[in-house]
Design a protein around this ligand. Structure first.
Ligand code: C2E
Ligand code: MG
Ligand code: MG
Ligand code: MG
Length: 294
């Protein structure tokens, strides 16, 4: 009897496995079709300089216009792109599209921020054609390589820090900027900061949560990270700014750029400049703290 029950359980488990595999195969088929039929598009989220309220950059964020499900977020399909290897093709499309839109300008008046940030996943970064894809996106669009910033994540370094450093230096040799995304949430040791030519560090949004509370652990951590990263000559972005308190905190703490729903959600290119421009405090001028390198 116990044996029969065990077998039933086993069959049930196998059914669920099959179901998961079926859904993954279906998703991959749909993603292949999405690439073939141009169902991807980009949203952009402005990065705001808290000192001035101006746009300092825009991050390209991948979206999928699914024929039945509507707009699908990357959290639901980037892992499948990554596992299937389709991320290489999708990532090349993102590079081409983001640089093309940067060259075309955002909105009717053709304004463009200083920099466009493009996320590159580990599989894409390690693919043999990565640098070639970057070069052809730059050549096709004609943008200044210094206007492109590639965002990578810490976990990518675990595979091979020396090889990552070589690719990073190859990007730098072209004038391209490199950003470390989701800083503080990966599994790598901080020492990579000494070896990698990382221009910008984006402090993950988990750290912004609660940072508006004076004296909180979150505030202390963000403040200390900004100081350390500035001492190392890095530009600092704080992600996930969701309210006025968090915005004025990162402004006081001296972050170079702030990104979050408080200023703008990711939007279509034409809406990039429609962001909420937080009012700068009138009486509290920041002390002569303009000695920073960047
Ligand atoms: P990420 O690179 O860290 O991008 C920031 C994510 O945080 C975006 O989610 C953005 O909408 C969200 N976000 C921005 N401000 C706030 C805020 O104030 N509060 C909260 N709760 N969230 C905020 P999204 O667009 O869903 O993208 C999720 C992740 O998918 C990205 O995280 C990135 O890792 C990946 N991704 C997006 N586009 C691409 C791409 O073109 N290629 C690759 N390889 N990955 C991408
Ligand atoms: Mg990013
Ligand atoms: Mg991020
Ligand atoms: Mg993040």
């Amino acid at each position: 009897e116990a044996k029969a029950a065990g077998r039933g359980c086993h069959v049930f488990f196998e059914d669920r496995m099959n179901e998961t595999i079926r859904r993954r195969i279906q998703l991959e088929r749909e993603l292949r079709q999405a690439l073939a039929e141009d169902q991807f598009f980009l949203h952009y989220q402005p990065l705001i300089c808290p000192e001035t309220g101006d746009i300092g950059g825009a991050e390209a964020l991948l979206r999928w216009q699914h024929p039945e499900r509507g707009v699908v977020s990357p959290g639901e399909f980037v892992p499948a792109l990554e596992e299937s290897g389709l991320i290489v093709e999708a990532g090349e499309w993102v590079l081409r599209e983001a640089t093309r839109q940067m060259a075309a300008g955002f909105g009717a008046d053709g304004r463009a921020p200083a920099r466009v940030m493009v996320n590159v996943s580990p599989r894409q970064f390690w693919a043999p054609g990565f640098l070639v894809a970057v070069d052809s996106a730059l050549a096709e669009s004609g943008i200044d390589p210094a206007c492109l910033e590639i965002e990578i994540t810490e976990n990518l370094l675990l595979a091979d820090l020396d090889a990552a450093s070589r690719i990073a230096h190859a990007l730098r040799a072209r004038g391209i900027h490199l950003a470390m995304d989701d800083f503080g949430t990966g599994y790598s040791s901080l020492s990579y900061l000494r070896e990698l030519p990382v221009d910008t560090v984006k402090i993950d949004r988990v750290f912004a949560q609660g940072a508006e509370v004076a004296g909180s652990e979150a505030a202390t951590m963000v403040d200390a990270m900004i100081r350390m990263l500035h001492a190392l000559g890095r530009r600092v972005v704080v992600e996930g700014i969701e309210n006025a308190g968090q915005y004025s905190f990162v402004r006081e703490a001296g972050a170079d750029l702030a990104q979050g729903f408080y200023m703008s959600r990711p939007v279509l290119p034409a809406q990039l400049y429609d962001y909420h421009r937080p009012e700068l405090p009138r009486c509290r001028e920041r002390a002569a703290d303009t000695s920073r390198a960047r």
